[in-house]
Ligand binder design. Sequence first.
Ligand code: DOR
Ligand code: ZN
Length: 367
Amino acid sequence: MLKLPGLIDPHVHVREPGQTHKEDWDSATAAALAGGITMILAMPNTRPPIFDASTLDLALAAAKLKARCDYAQFLGAGPDNAEAVAKLASRAAGLKMYLDSTFGELRLDDMTLWMPHFEQYPKDFPIVLHSEARSMAAGLLFAAIYDRPVHIAHISLKEEVLLIKAAKERGIKVTCEVCPHHLFLTMPPPSPPPFSPKMGEGVRRTGGGWGRKEVRPRLAAQEDVDTLWANLDVIDCFATDHAPHTLPEKDSENPPPGFPGLETILPLLLTAVSESRLTIPTIIEKMHINPKHIFHLPDQPETWVEVDENASYEIRAADLHSRCGWTPFEGWQVKGRVRRVVLRGKEAYKDGEVLAKPGFGKNVRDD
Ligand code: DOR
Ligand code: ZN
């Protein structure tokens, strides 16, 4: 049995308030624990978005009642809330700025809208950018001009990872994360992942229409995927971007972008370990040490995850705890199963059953 520290996912769409038919604080944190994740940072593109004191209170009240694992809540940058969110920084995971198209209403098109946030948000709390390709380059320029750290969410492209590498070499304060779907899936054309024919079969069996492949950033080409794998040392964190939508929504005419991911990230990465494409210390670095450092997160005492490295099984949505009821990795054969999770001394998950109750989770930004 392999013992890992409590894993941290810095990018989770919990959907509460407002869209609890997709997920809520209870089901999202149950899914996290089942996936070996003991702390999540929640994104602000809810309904309403989390962008001031009263909406932050709304999200945190639901979390306090319902969360089973530890958490913090991001604030969203809007066109005129720079002063308000800066004042709330110590209560939040960080500030999320949507510079590109996304699900929800928080997009900031004009660069003059970015400036007050870079000027006012305290430098010791992170700014996370949803910024793709050239807007990511603009985000890096902002980090340089304002001399403050930025964390780039879900990088997916060769040009992104190479530019971040160059920026780091020149001392720009940038960190970044990559999601499993950008490491294991490509588009177009739908091609099997590079390392397992069985997994390739799984991709084809995912079924459904194009809506089930819709995600932002989009799935990229094989060359992008290969370049991410070749530059893992540039990538600071693995994050899920767990973005649940229901199957009827995904299969509708106007499918919202996003994949669930909390319960599949660790088995996918452990399968890559079993095929010598990754190491366990790299998983610990990118899912525990680095997110803790980047987001200034506290220790979780007496917290660990027990994994059976040799257990092989098939990913099936029917076994997952997320409310959305599907996974883009349906039918994939993986190696490495979470057996038991202990969170702050309490058995929180064991063999398919989430044991931590709603309300056990703590806001890590509370004093
Ligand atoms: O695919 C995505 N889904 N990308 C985003 O930026 C938002 C997310 C969501 O909230 O569904
Ligand atoms: Zn996201």
